[in-house]
Design a protein around this ligand. Structure first.
Ligand code: GTP
Ligand code: MG
Length: 307
């Protein structure tokens, strides 16, 4: 049987230095790429598996699918990928240690149902807390299913979760984990007691911003004709307002400048989703002018109008 690299899941070979899975010695556990990533942090750009490839493979399989996404990467694009999984599935809000205390799981679940029409089970995991990593196994046990696929966005923490479970079960194996996107490149089969788990390559959105620590929301009091600038996106508010930015980009504030753009209407307590990993929560109903290609406008998770 062909041997797979323990780091990325690719079948190892010792013939072609430039092809995936190369190792000078087939008895090694890691291919050259993973050895270099593990020890020296060296990684090529653009190593990724397409959405179709991952979905085709998993949709032919049997078992339970866990779809990992951290809260800040929940948007139309990630939820559409979740919907394309044909297996019985569970939505996993990963890295829940990055959520603020006031962001209550019950509120987030209600919001997911209402805004993204998620009717499946939703669970929260964090690899900073063993009790929360084990939620995966608890769900499998409750459903009496022993085979599961850990799918989801790149960097959502799929491989780290499996490593936590391996360690807790005294199994001396370790899948490669890294801050860079697309660390896992193929399906990796892992046996933990009576359960078989598959780690899988992550799906990519356009913006692969890593969320590894709590995002501190930044509040801004907006006067008439205030412009907020986030990266190259500009928003000129035509009236007073209050906004809260959730994300990792810097915000600049300017007054009384003219910008070229479209006028949009935003409802009370809505999020303007700007990047795949950040959003601007606008508190009061308003009109604003923007030059931005807004990804999505949606009700905020804290809204009372989500019930
Ligand atoms: N704050 C926080 N960081 C985490 C958690 N789990 C994983 N990370 C970090 O997130 C980054 C990505 O983790 P991975 O486990 O490699 O993510 P993945 O989903 O396997 O990514 P791909 O293999 O690229 O699909 C690493 O820097 C981890 O240390 C978590 O629960 N909380
Ligand atoms: Mg991985």
């Amino acid at each position: 049987m062909s041997k797979k690299c323990m780091g990325c899941g690719i079948i190892m070979q010792d013939k072609d230095l430039n092809a995936p899975g190369y190792t000078p010695n087939i008895t090694h556990d890691y291919c050259k790429r993973c050895f270099q990533l593990k020890h020296y942090g060296i990684k090529k750009e653009n190593e990724s598996i397409s959405e179709e490839e991952i979905l085709n493979k998993v949709n032919k399989a049997k078992g339970l699918a866990f779809f990992f996404v951290d809260f800040y990467h929940i948007n139309k694009k990630s939820m559409n990928i979740f919907k394309k999984i044909d297996l019985s599935k569970v939505l996993v809000i990963s890295k829940c240690d990055t959520l603020r205390k006031e962001m209550k799981p019950e509120k987030i679940i209600t919001w997911l149902k209402k805004v993204y029409k998620i009717d499946e089970q939703v669970i929260f995991v964090s690899n900073k807390d063993y009790l929360k990593s084990v939620n995966i196994l608890k769900v499998m046990e409750s459903k009496n299913i022993h085979k599961a696929y850990l799918l989801g966005l790149t960097n959502a923490g799929k491989s780290t979760t499996i490593n936590k479970l391996l360690k807790a079960n005294n199994i001396k194996k370790e899948i490669l984990v890294n801050k860079k996107p697309n660390t896992t490149l193929d399906f990796i089969k892992i046996k933990i007691k009576e359960n078989i788990l598959f780690d899988t390559p992550g799906f990519n959105l356009e913006d692969n911003t890593l969320i590894n620590e709590e995002i501190k929301p930044l509040s801004y009091q907006i006067n008439k004709n205030t412009t907020l600038i986030i990266d190259k996106n500009m928003f000129t508010f035509l009236n007073e307002n209050k906004v809260v930015y959730y994300g990792k980009n810097k915000i600049e504030r300017k007054y009384d400048i003219n910008i070229d753009g479209q006028k949009i209407k935003v409802e009370k307590n809505s999020d303007i989703v700007l990047f795949d990993s950040s959003f601007l929560n606008v508190k009061e109903e308003c009109e604003l002018i923007t030059n931005s290609n807004i990804l999505e406008i949606r009700p905020n998770f804290s809204g009372d109008n989500n019930e």
